[in-house]
Ligand binder design. Structure first.
Ligand code: PMV
Length: 357
């Protein structure tokens, strides 16, 4: 058995003429506690916690029809994209034991992102979770099942692209076994929506684009370098502790603790890259300028803005909705000058994947 869901796979024969269309959109997410280092089959070395976003999304549509074998064609933004097509085909073929009905279908997929390509924003969380929502919906069509198990959607999203597993849930998600939630798992994420103070459901993430070029070292290579990192074990322990502290802060609405842990996690992620062998730096001078400006603004105004970083130079500015007007002015008056082409993306905590058709 491949995983806990393969034993329930639909193995029936599809009727001749079986065909249809479906479409899903799914968001990106931004981690507060970072997943950095993996083991086994795309399993995390430590728990991670993220906000689910709303404006940075992938929309994927699938037209399917009965055939005598598996066939896929894939278009991104209306154009053939062999690189993505190979990745998606590999994922589907690797998981045929769980979705054997695919061997009776021709699939025509079309995908696009709602955010600019050249923003340097990683899209695999959005695109892979959108793909998996389509796949599980397709399984519902062939099997006649009504419900969709979001843990299963999360598990297959994880297999497609690690952190994508957190995008399946609205507002906030926890991925990885942690003592803070008995139902947490390394195999899939769980929702934190019911566990957090309402303030966090209003959070904004303004993504300040410092560089819009592809990063020099991929996340895949970065995860692999954790294997020889002398600080790896200490990092995994620290992430477990930070998960507990953040979980408590999220429940209480404790913004001081939230800011302390969130910024420390961002710094640690990049410190780990600098301590890898070979070492590397993804931060740019303007990343550091933005961090200085944000910390200075917080000190002067007492407005609880803070930052996090993904595996790249762009800065995610996090703040509650009640402060949005003042922070918006701060971005336009001060921060925009550090952004390439003045570019930033206004995003917000969101509702998770949605079915469009
Ligand atoms: O899901 P991956 O393999 O692209 O790795 C994501 C790593 C970080 O974005 C840096 C952290 C995270 O938890 O999302």
């Amino acid at each position: 058995m491949d995983n806990i869901w393969s034993s329930q796979a639909f193995r029936g024969e599809l009727p001749a003429g079986f065909q249809g269309n479906l479409s899903w959109q799914s968001p990106s997410n931004i981690a507060l506690i970072k997943y950095w280092g993996k083991k086994g089959k795309q399993l995390p070395q430590n728990p991670s916690v993220s906000f689910t976003l709303s404006n940075c999304r992938t929309v994927t549509s699938v037209a399917y029809e009965r055939s005598n074998g598996f066939h896929l064609d894939f278009r991104f933004d209306g154009k053939e994209n062999p690189e993505f097509a190979v990745k998606i085909e590999k994922f589907l073929l690797d998981n045929l034991a769980s979705f054997p009905f695919l061997t009776q279908l021709d699939l025509h997929m079309d995908s696009h992102n709602t955010f600019p390509h050249s923003s340097g924003i990683a899209s695999s969380a959005a695109s892979m979770s959108a793909l998996v929502m389509c796949l599980l919906d397709l399984e519902r069509q062939v099997s006649g099942e009504k419900d969709m198990d979001l843990r299963k959607a999360s598990c297959f999203s994880r297999l497609a692209s690690g952190s994508a597993c957190r995008s399946v849930f609205p507002v906030m998600a926890l991925w990885g076994k942690s003592s803070v939630m008995p139902e947490s798992s390394d195999e899939y994420a769980v929702s934190l929506e019911e566990k957090i103070h309402p303030l966090f459901k209003t959070y904004h993430d303004s993504i300040l684009i410092v560089s819009d070029s592809a990063k020099a070292v991929s996340s895949r290579a970065g995860h692999a370098l954790m294997e020889g990192n002398p600080y790896a074990e200490a990092r995994y322990q620290q992430a477990k502790e930070n998960t507990k502290t953040l979980f408590a802060a999220l429940g209480l609405g404790d913004l001081d603790a939230f800011i302390r842990i969130t910024e420390s996690e961002a710094m640690q992620l990049h410190a780990l890259m600098m301590c890898s062998n070979p070492s590397y730096v993804l931060l740019k001078p303007d990343t550091l300028n933005l961090i200085d400006e944000i910390r200075h603004f917080r000190k002067e105004t007492k407005i609880p803005v803070c930052f996090t970083l993904d595996a790249g130079p762009n800065v995610h500015l996090l703040y509650p909705d009640k402060d949005a007007e003042k922070v918006d002015a701060f971005i336009r008056n001060v921060l925009e000058t550090y952004c390439v082409g003045g570019q930033w993306i206004a995003d917000q905590v969101g509702q998770g994947p949605q079915k469009l058709a």
